[in-house]
Design a protein around this ligand. Structure first.
Ligand code: DGL
Length: 258
């Protein structure tokens, strides 16, 4: 029995989509969520900046006595996961875009991987992509603008048509089998992707995210290290570098909403 909390980190509110899954799958654990909202979005920053901000945020979580951490941010994972693992002595689980299950789900159409500009460019993601059987099926599209709007609390299915059209118009009428939500924020706006796909793409695109796989891995890591908490119901401690009064109600509605 280890009651120490698990630290969840994201640049902002997106990691709440992974935390929600953790509360469902590992209900006896305690959690501290830290969003670096004052500095979000990370996706348009340069790599040194993203790494420095991520390390500083993780130092804060480390000081709170966490037993393990989840980097619930594809951008931070792709930028500096190896540095984080070298620096901290607790186990760190990370998320990456779910292109593997999306590619293996069949079909001959395109697999769209939507992510921040940083994730789509970074070598860690490019290597993951090169390991796919047909990497040419995967079209990686950076989608700046989505994270800011989600951080503002917009979640409506028709609230993103303009941004999506701007980034995806070049695929008008294409057959799209899968859309990978390669940013944890995007999981909150599944309806917006489904709406866009129904209007602008051919076929019925299936949506994929890495949240469940990440939490499964967290469960394995807790077990392997003998640091599981066997009973009790999840306590959730929310922290942010941003405007807590504005963000906490949004955070609470997000973890209760999925
Ligand atoms: N939620 C983050 C991700 O999964 C990044 C959002 C951002 O700060 O740009 O990539």
């Amino acid at each position: 029995m280890d009651v120490r909390p698990i630290g969840f980190f994201d640049s902002g509110l997106g990691g709440a989509s992974v935390l929600r899954e953790a509360i469902r799958m590992l209900p006896h654990e305690n959690y501290i969520y830290y969003g670096d909202d004052a500095n979000a979005p990370y996706g348009d920053r340069d790599y040194a900046d993203i790494a420095n901000l991520t390390i500083a945020s993780m130092e804060k979580l480390a000081r709170l006595g966490i037993k393990a951490a989840v980097i619930a941010c594809n951008t931070a994972t792709a930028t500096c996961i190896d540095r984080l693992r070298a620096r901290f002595d607790f186990p760190i689980v990370s998320i990456e875009p779910a292109i593997k299950p999306a590619c293996e789900a069949g079909g001959n159409g395109k697999v769209l991987m939507l992510a921040t500009a940083a994730t789509a460019r970074l070598p860690r993601y490019r290597q993951l992509l090169s390991r796919m059987v047909e990497p040419e099926r995967v079209i990686s599209v950076p989608c700046p603008g989505l994270v800011e709007r989600i951080e503002d609390g917009v979640l409506a299915a028709d609230g993103f048509d303009d941004i999506l059209y701007k980034h995806l118009a070049f695929l008008e009428g294409e057959t799209v089998d899968a859309i990978v939500m390669g940013c944890t924020h995007y999981v909150f706006i599944k309806d917006a992707f489904e709406r866009y796909a129904a209007i602008h793409f051919n076929g019925r695109a299936k949506l994929f995210d890495g949240n469940e796989a990440t939490v499964r891995q967290l469960g394995r890591v807790l077990k392997e290290n003998g640091i599981e908490n066997g009973s009790g119901s999840a306590l959730i401690d929310y922290r942010t570098s941003g405007d807590r009064l504005k963000l906490e109600p949004v955070f609470l509605s997000l973890i209760n909403r999925l």
